[in-house]
Design a protein around this ligand. Structure first.
Ligand code: GEK
Length: 257
């Protein structure tokens, strides 16, 4: 994906600033946080770090067109700059639903609101600061967790997924995109090697890759597809369909009948 495609995805006119956060050696690498320095380079960071990110994003509009229902809400949980929110709000068709993006990071939301003011989409869209574990959800036809659940403490994930399932109207769907782990150690290692090669091909140095890995070590906790599937079915979803995978990054669709 070119930087100009990325800029377009994020509704920004100029090439996004380059992520150099881990370019210099750090004595001690602190756990990763979504602060102002991350928000400033976020489109570049996520585009160069998550294989298939732009494709996942671009297809979320198609999923929203399929699952969005009149008079309901599409929630983008852990929305960052609102890239998935904008895709949902601009989805094809004229189904009248609204889109609500939620994130804990004030720095992310400040930028998301600027983008919203600059490019208001066709459907109502609003951004709210809050923790998705506590934020009330209701009358949802679609919920999006685009690379967010992996940052939620593991012990809280089942309650959150159940809350989402309960908030969905019949026929509603959850789009769950995650970095995934593999039970087979060789497969797990193969995927990590390919993911790091992907980052290197996108211009990150070995130092940047290794310092970022340390920063995310206890912050981003991936789970296996089986763990996700079991949790989703236990929460009340009727079926779980992986619909996109690129190396160790996968997006699943969980539908509630
Ligand atoms: C995208 N979905 O561009 N409550 C609310 N927000 C949270 C929580 C929480 N408990 N935990 C983490 N976040 C976006 C990308 S980024 C993924 C999502 C990444 C937020 C956090 O502040 C950050 O903005 C986002 O989840 C994760 O489609 O950076 O790899």
């Amino acid at each position: 994906m070119g930087q100009d495609d990325l800029a377009q995805r994020f509704n920004i006119m100029e090439i996004p600033p380059t992520d150099t956060i881990y370019a210099q050696p750090r004595g001690r690498v602190q756990p990763f946080v979504f602060d102002a320095s991350v928000a400033a380079v976020f489109p570049d960071m996520i585009g160069r770090s998550v294989p298939g990110y732009a494709t996942t994003l671009s297809l979320i509009g198609i999923l929203a067109a399929r699952f969005g229902q009149p008079g309901t809400t599409v929630y983008d949980l852990g929305c960052s700059l609102g890239a998935a929110s904008f895709e949902a709000a601009e989805a094809e068709g004229d189904t009248p639903y609204k889109v609500v993006g939620i994130d804990t990071s004030a720095s992310m939301l400040e930028r998301a609101r600027d983008l919203l003011n600059e490019h208001p989409p066709r459907r109502p869209l609003s951004f709210h600061q809050g923790d998705i574990r506590e934020f009330p959800l209701q009358d949802a036809s679609m919920a999006i967790l685009n690379f967010t659940l992996q940052f939620v403490p593991r012990d809280d994930r089942s309650i959150l997924i159940r809350k989402i399932a309960d908030a969905l109207v019949p026929g509603g769907a959850l789009v769950l995109s995650e970095k995934i782990a593999f039970a087979d150690p060789s497969q797990h290692e193969d995927m990590i090697v390919m993911h790091h090669a992907f980052k290197k091909a996108n211009g990150y140095s070995d130092l940047e890759i290794s310092q970022k890995r340390t920063a995310l070590e206890n912050t981003l906790i991936p789970e296996t597809m089986e763990e996700h599937r079991t949790r989703l079915l236990n929460a009340g979803f009727s079926r779980v369909m992986p619909w996109f995978q690129c190396f160790n990054f996968c997006s699943m669709l969980a539908v509630k009948d």
